[in-house]
Design a binder for this molecule. Structure first.
Ligand code: KG4
Ligand code: ZN
Length: 347
């Protein structure tokens, strides 16, 4: 079996359009992404039709830019990797159509990738500014926390993953965004909540930490959102600005407590020392600070990839794709989109 040296990778599962070229040793030759926050902001959330329409506008220029940035040409590309699950079907279709066209016209194999496997593998990516710690390896516990997902995985090896726990309702990023919307901070509100929280007291309000006392690794953020709503409704709109820092600090602390308590349980239950935090919410400054302290105290190897590999990106899809191609796997051109993972993706 010949070695696949480089793949072109395409990610369009939600509202980020991303293209990358990734080498077999996880080196990212180039990654270029375009987010659509401005287009979705007036609606306070991702509108699927707007997302797919923007993917169609952005994808071809992004491919061109990726080649330009990497200095490579088509003859140096051995395969094409594309996210085909889980995600918004209309968005996935855009990436799939482009990837299949590339596979056929360039006569190279196609490989469909599970987006969540991309997030799990992201810490192994490398570029001129990032590489995982030398002693970091499988098995690992992964907390993937974004606007669309909040899950804890056990990854025993490449392509051997187990879901240990997921949120029963809202994702943590979604909770931050809904809270931000309640406070009139715009969409997505996570970053602004984080910034305002830096000026407030985290014990000013006591918000619920969903399912924190349950032994299992399930999570929940809808109770927190409702509790916050009740508190905000009692504050006179004119008084709201002066309460924002304390509200944000208290809300942020509740989310971080809920996430870290479950991550701690996962590590205690499995005795695994390698831990990853990934997804857009890993940008949260308090989560980073507390997770770093926790890992030091517990003597864990904590890897939080740089934000460009934590948020939705094609580099992580390329890494999974090229490793699968090099294992002898490939997808048929009939590959379709799926809103959910395939049963065989996780045990
Ligand atoms: O991974 P991502 O870019 O997209 C997906 O949701 O898949 O994550 C975006 C999410 C949004 O919910 C955003 O509000 C949240 O990550 N986020 C943050 C911060 N930065 C981004 N949440 C809390 N604190 C932050 N600093
Ligand atoms: Zn994602």
């Amino acid at each position: 079996m010949s070695l696949f040296k480089r793949v072109l990778a395409i990610e369009t599962s939600c509202d980020d359009t991303s293209v990358a070229i990734v080498r077999h040793d996880a080196w990212v030759e180039a990654v270029v992404s375009a987010n659509q926050d401005l287009q979705h902001a007036p609606f306070g959330g991702v509108v699927p039709e707007i997302a797919s329409r923007n993917h169609t506008l952005q994808i071809l220029p992004l491919i061109e830019e990726t080649f330009k940035k990497s200095g490579l040409n088509w003859s140096q590309i051995d395969g094409v990797a594309v996210t085909n699950r889980p995600g918004l079907v209309g968005s996935l279709i855009v990436g799939l159509v482009v990837a299949k066209t590339v596979a056929q016209t360039k006569n190279i194999p196609l490989i469909g990738v599970n987006h969540l496997e991309g997030h799990i593998m992201a810490p192994f990516l490398k570029d001129s500014e990032y590489a995982p710690a030398e002693n970091f390896s499988f098995p690992m516990i992964v907390l993937a926390v974004s606007g669309g997902h909040t899950s804890i995985y056990r990854a025993n090896d490449f392509s051997e993953y187990e879901i240990l726990g997921v949120t029963k309702d809202d994702a943590a990023g979604e909770a931050f965004d809904k809270f931000g919307k309640m406070l009139g901070l715009g969409f997505p509100g996570g970053v602004k909540v984080d910034q305002l929280a830096a000026l407030g007291k985290s014990d000013a309000y006591i918000f619920p930490r969903g399912l924190i006392h349950e032994e299992n690794l399930q999570m929940s953020f809808s109770g927190l959102k409702s509790a916050a709503q009740r508190v905000v409704e009692k504050i006179h709109p004119e008084e709201l600005p002066k309460h924002l820092p304390d509200l944000c600090a208290s809300f942020r602390e509740a989310v971080v407590d809920a996430l870290l308590s479950k991550l701690d349980r996962a590590v205690t239950q499995t005795k695994i020392k390698n831990v990853v935090i990934t997804g857009g919410v890993s940008a949260n400054s308090r989560l980073r600070e507390r997770a770093t302290e926790w890992a030091k105290h517990k003597k864990l190897i904590l890897q939080i990839p740089p934000l460009r590999y934590c948020t939705d990106n094609a580099a992580m899809i390329g890494l999974v794709g090229i490793r699968r191609l090099n294992k002898g796997e490939a997808s048929h051109l009939t590959l379709g989109p799926s809103p959910s993972s395939w049963p065989q993706d996780f045990s």
